[in-house]
Design a protein around this ligand. Structure first.
Ligand code: SF4
Length: 125
């Protein structure tokens, strides 16, 4: 998994973006794997990772007589475009990052840069 993310650093954000684009209804994981040309093994790992990060949920559903998972975003961003570059999606420190930890969003340079960039794009023209 780590190797896969290193090789395709934007893959996790692509998966998340597609899930968000399907709104509250979510998307069947098989449709997502097909859209991104992923094996079910690699796709499942990415989905589990996003679920562990608390940004999607995997809901077990029966589809055409087979059990599968529907991937549903837990929060929908105001603008999908704004999450494409969110550093947390592909951050290797994400597992260690917490509000009260040594690695924290409160002191994160990457997150700060992203917020400032987003602000600039929306308010400076
Ligand atoms: S806040 Fe910073 S350290 Fe934490 S997950 Fe996001 S980018 Fe990584």
């Amino acid at each position: 998994m780590v190797e896969m993310e290193e090789e395709f650093p934007d893959l996790t954000s692509k998966v998340y973006k597609l899930i968000v684009e399907h709104g509250k209804e979510g998307i069947l994981q098989s449709e997502l794997w097909k859209a991104l040309n992923l094996t079910s093994r690699d796709g499942s790992r990415l989905a589990i990772r996003l679920e562990k990060r608390g940004i999607i949920k995997r809901e077990k559903v029966l589809n055409s007589g087979r059990w599968t998972y529907c991937l549903i975003p837990l929060r929908l961003p105001v603008q999908i475009k704004s999450i494409e570059t969110l550093p947390c999606i592909i951050c290797s420190d994400e597992g260690k990052c917490s509000p009260n930890g040594l690695i924290t969003p409160c002191k994160c340079v990457r997150l700060e840069r992203w917020v400032l960039q987003e602000y600039k794009e929306k308010h400076v023209s």
